[in-house]
Design a protein around this ligand. Structure first.
Ligand code: ATP
Length: 214
C-alpha cells in the first residue's frame, strides 16, 4: 500500500499510510478505537475507495480490477455474516460456490464439524466466529484480511488459529489482522495507527455527511 489516505465524513482518518509485505508475511494493525484499522482493511479488500494512494499487488494497481482482486482476498469483518436460517454446512456450501474449497475439511480445521447441521442462529458467538474463520479457509485466497479474528474465541481455538496462520504463511500466504490483543503471528510486522484527538471526533449526527452514514 502506498500513501493511502481516507476521509470519513470531514475527517482524515488515514493519512498517507504505506507499507509493503512479501509472501509469507504477517502484519498486525493496532491503534486505539476509531484509529482507522477496519477502514484500512476495507480499503485493502477493495470494499472502500481511498481518497488517495494505491494498493499494489506484484507492483500492479490491485483495485483497477476489483473482481480479480476479490479472488485474492479472504475478508473477515466484525460481523460473521452467516445466514441465520441456514445450517452451518449450508452456509459454508453457499460460500464454497465462490471459493470452491471443501466445507467439511474447513469445518474440521476449526473443530466445528459436530455443529454442521445446526441452523447458524443457534450457534454461540465463538462458534459463529469459528464458522466465519472456516469461510476464510474456504476462500483459498492468498491474502487474509482479518478484523479482530480472535473476538470471542476460547484458548483451544486460539491454538487452532496459530496452526492455520502458520500453514497459510508457509504456503506463501499473507495475513493482515487488526487486533487489541496478542495474536499467534510470530515475526509479524506491525503498523500502529495513531488515533484521533477527542476534539476531532464528530459529536452529532449532523457532523456526518448523509452518504457516509451507512
Ligand atoms: N459510517 C461512517 N461514517 C463516518 N465515519 C465513520 C463511519 N464509520 C466509522 N467512522 C469513523 O471512522 C473512524 C475509523 O473507524 P474504524 O472502524 O476504521 O476504526 P478502528 O480503528 O477499526 O476502531 P475499533 O478499534 O474500535 O474497531 C472512526 O473514528 C469512526 O468514527
Amino acid at each position: 500500500m502506498e500513501n493511502i489516505s481516507v476521509f470519513r465524513g470531514e475527517r482524515l482518518v488515514l493519512d498517507q499510510v504505506g507499507l509493503s509485505l512479501d509472501a509469507g508475511d504477517a502484519l498486525l494493525l493496532t491503534g486505539p478505537n476509531g484509529a482507522g484499522k477496519s477502514t484500512l482493511l476495507r480499503v485493502l479488500a477493495g470494499l472502500r475507495k481511498p481518497e488517495g494512494g494505491h494498493v499494489l499487488w506484484s507492483g500492479v494497481d490491485a483495485l483497477a480490477d476489483r473482481s480479480r482482486h476479490a479472488e485474492r482476498v479472504a475478508y473477515l469483518g466484525h460481523q460473521d455474516a452467516l445466514k441465520p436460517g441456514l445450517t452451518l454446512r449450508e452456509n459454508l456450501t453457499l460460500a464454497a460456490r465462490a471459493g470452491g474449497g471443501d466445507p467439511d475439511s474447513c469445518m474440521s480445521a476449526l473443530n466445528i464439524s459436530g455443529l454442521a447441521d445446526l441452523p447458524a442462529r443457534m450457534l454461540s458467538a465463538g462458534q459463529k466466529r469459528r464458522a466465519a474463520l472456516a469461510r476464510v479457509l474456504l476462500a483459498r485466497a492468498p491474502l487474509w484480511l482479518l478484523d479482530e479474528p480472535s473476538l470471542g474465541l476460547d484458548s483451544n481455538t486460539m491454538g487452532l488459529l496459530e496452526t492455520l496462520f502458520r500453514t497459510h504463511r508457509e504456503a506463501g500466504g499473507i495475513v493482515i489482522a487488526t487486533t487489541h490483543v496478542p495474536l499467534p503471528l510470530p515475526d509479524a510486522k506491525s503498523l500502529a495507527l495513531p488515533g484521533l484527538n477527542e476534539s476531532d471526533i464528530p459529536q452529532a449526527m449532523e457532523d456526518f455527511p448523509e452518504d457516509d452514514l451507512f
